[in-house]
Design a binder for this molecule. Structure first.
Ligand code: ADP
Length: 625
């Protein structure tokens, strides 16, 4: 699947705004219905209380002026003042509650958006992970997962602003309708400035993502346990930190440049808004001087203008900010659309249960970012119950072939067929259930020993007897039993406790030797119970005795199953039923050990080289004349 894009930030027009607002609302609604409703309702309370405050203020002012002219007392204004403070207190309380609810809603929306991103990343095919643009997209969405909520707030804020503004407008218009068009003028500069700002930051965000990812990677290297030893052993901290800083400096320099421009733009917008408000106020003063409006009405008009002006300007800013958020939501939408695409294009054929004969015919494969094909027309056969070995020099395509056989990549041309069924037509999940594969760089899960093995058959992860049996087959049982918590031991010293994070045993997680890890990985493969087992250098880290034992017993261990393994150790390879020799993405020889030795080709050369190294005998240089 391709997610390649032209790399240019996508524009979102005003016309798409309603659709994206609906998407944002749907996200917030799905993520936290009750919190959304509650915080929106409270926002309206805020809007209503502004109108109430204005009306009460007018009443207070009128009764005050009346009391002054009549010689009345404080009692005349007291109810108004009390009313105002009650409303103000209620408004304050409502906004506090709303803030709390918004925070929860923020987390709910983040969880939802990140969850959807994980749904996509967990489903797309492996080749997608080789595309940098895919990772840029994931990063962009993760960095902006609050934007959907921002849009929702933008909309409800807009509604609140409109609500408050309408109330105040009524007060203003009652005084002098001529003020209305004048006041409406404040929207335009605010909106224009906000949308310019939005576009500038969106471009910045898009452009920075690849660098941000690089920076985060460097931070990870400086932070994580795995890299820590090499960072220290090679004294890399200063160098990596320097590169990290350079990337940050670049970001901040760009940010300054863009922010500076935004300051000028918003200054201009605010000057225009100020001028419009001043003109409106002057008009009110003129009307009051002419006696067209009363002093009380003029006073309310002045207050109303301040409120309406502020609200309308913020409505303008909101629309601008809304278009900004809409870009992020659109990006998210495009990303999550990958999932139905994956499901639509996923083959649905029923996978065969094992095979009698697996045939690879003329398979060609190039990695998405590869210049040259990694496999250039590979053909081979594996029959059920056979132990087949792949050998060849580094980069000859062995691991790539293993990945294709495991159904993780699809060939560009050629076929892989299980008893005549082309596996590219069957449901890949079903197919993978028939395959147990352990790669050279197998995953070391920071989970318990039991899970590390049990994940081989995730539906039976809790079957401790089965897990123990698999561990015994892989020669892991003895050292596991000697661990402090046995099968419940947490693997990974950076994590404390065992199985249940709420009930840690008090003991810290531990680590294993590379060879022990390899046995755990082997146990995981055995536990899968799949008819086809692929082992990519399964014994590289085992000691010679352990390796010998494993290969001596592999036929009994995996009785009836088919094994394809990759190894550089010819002592293991020679026991295979058939050996395929790869060179530069092609099968150059195949046969049993004896046949290949007799052929005196690449296999014989590599075998002799290794044997000679062990025996410390001089070998004749085949290239010398
Ligand atoms: P082997 O297992 O025989 O050492 P591989 O199958 O890992 O070799 O690699 C075969 C070729 O494919 C090499 O040239 C390697 O550089 C290239 N390659 C491996 N993985 C990738 C990848 N993810 N993207 C691009 N090229 C790759």
């Amino acid at each position: 699947m391709s997610t390649a894009e032209d790399g240019a930030p996508k524009r979102v027009g005003l016309r798409q705004l309603p659709r994206l607002v609906r998407v944002a609302l749907r996200i917030a609604w799905t993520a936290g219905r009750a919190d959304l409703l509650f915080s929106t309702a409270l926002q309206f309370v805020g809007g209503v209380s502004i109108v109430a405050l204005l009306l009460l203020a007018r009443g207070a002012l009128e009764s005050l002026l009346d009391a002054v002219s009549r010689g009345g007392s404080m009692a005349d204004v007291l109810p108004w003042i009390l009313g105002m403070s009650a409303v103000a207190a209620a408004q304050f309380f409502a906004s506090t509650v709303q803030r709390e609810r918004q925070q929860i809603l923020g987390d709910l929306v983040t969880r939802y958006v990140q969850g959807r991103v994980l749904d996509v990343t967990a489903q797309v095919d492996l080749a997608t992970f080789d595309e940098p643009e895919f990772h840029n997209r994931v990063e962009r969405i993760n960095a902006s997962n609050h934007q959907a909520l921002q849009m929702v707030y933008g909309v409800s804020g807009l509604a609140g602003a409109a609500f408050g503004a309408i109330g105040a407008l009524v007060a203003v218009v009652a005084v002098a309708p001529v003020l209305l068009p004048l006041l409406a003028l404040v929207i335009a500069p605010a909106w224009l400035a906000a949308s310019r700002r939005g576009a500038a930051f969106w471009d910045f965000f898009w452009k920075m993502t690849p660098r941000d990812r690089q920076r985060q990677y460097l931070a990870g290297v400086l932070r994580e346990r795995n890299a820590a030893k090499e960072v220290r052993a090679f004294g890399l901290a200063g160098y990596l930190r320097g590169r990290y800083d350079d990337l940050y400096t670049y970001r901040i320099t760009e940010l300054r440049r863009i922010s500076r421009r935004q300051v000028y733009i918003s200054l201009t917008a605010n000057l225009v808004i100020g001028a419009v408000l001043a003109a409106t106020l002057l008009l009110v003063a003129w009307l009051a001087l002419r006696g067209t409006v009363t002093i009380a009405s003029a006073g309310i008009a002045v207050a109303g203008i301040a409120v309406v002006g502020g609200r309308l300007a913020s409505a303008g800013w909101s629309v601008g900010a809304l278009t900004e958020s809409a870009r992020y939501v659109d990006d998210y939408l495009a990303f999550t659309a990958l999932l139905p695409e994956v499901e639509r294009t996923r083959p649905t054929g029923a996978a065969p249960r094992g095979f009698h004969r697996l045939a690879v015919s003329d398979v060609v494969f190039t990695y998405p970012t590869g210049e040259e094909p990694a496999l250039r027309g590979v053909s081979l056969e594996v029959s059920t119950g056979e132990v087949v070995a792949l050998v060849g020099e580094n980069g000859s395509g062995k691991t790539t072939l293993a990945k294709l056989l495991a159904g993780l990549y699809q060939p560009a041309s050629g076929t892989i067929a299980w008893d005549g069924t082309d596996v590219s037509t069957v449901d890949p999940d079903q197919l993978r259930r028939q395959v147990a594969v352990i790669f050279q760089d197998f995953e070391r899960f920071h989970l318990t020993v039991r899970e590390n093995i049990g994940l081989g058959r995730v539906e039976a992860v809790d079957d401790i007897d089965g897990v123990r049996a698999a561990a015994t087959h892989a020669g892991a049982d003895r050292f596991v039993e000697s661990l402090a918590d046995g099968y419940a031991t947490m693997l990974g010293p950076e994590f404390a406790g065992a199985d249940d994070p709420d009930e840690p045993t008090g003991r810290r997680g531990t680590d294993l030797s590379v060879g022990q890890w390899q046995r755990i990985a082997l146990a995981r493969a055995f536990y899968r119970g799949a008819p086809f087992v692929i082992l990519d250098e399964p014994t590289a880290a085992l000691d010679p005795r352990a390796e010998q034992e494993l290969f001596d017993t592999i036929r009994t261990l995996l009785d009836g199953r088919t094994v394809l393994f990759i190894s550089h150790r010819f002592s293991s390879v020679r026991s295979a039923d058939r050996i395929y020799v790869l060179d530069e993405g092609r099968v150059v020889e195949s046969g049993s050990h004896a046949e290949l030795m007799a052929a005196e080709g690449l296999y014989a050369e590599l075998f002799t080289l290794q044997a000679a190294a062990y025996l410390d005998v001089a070998i004749p240089d085949s290239r010398s004349p």
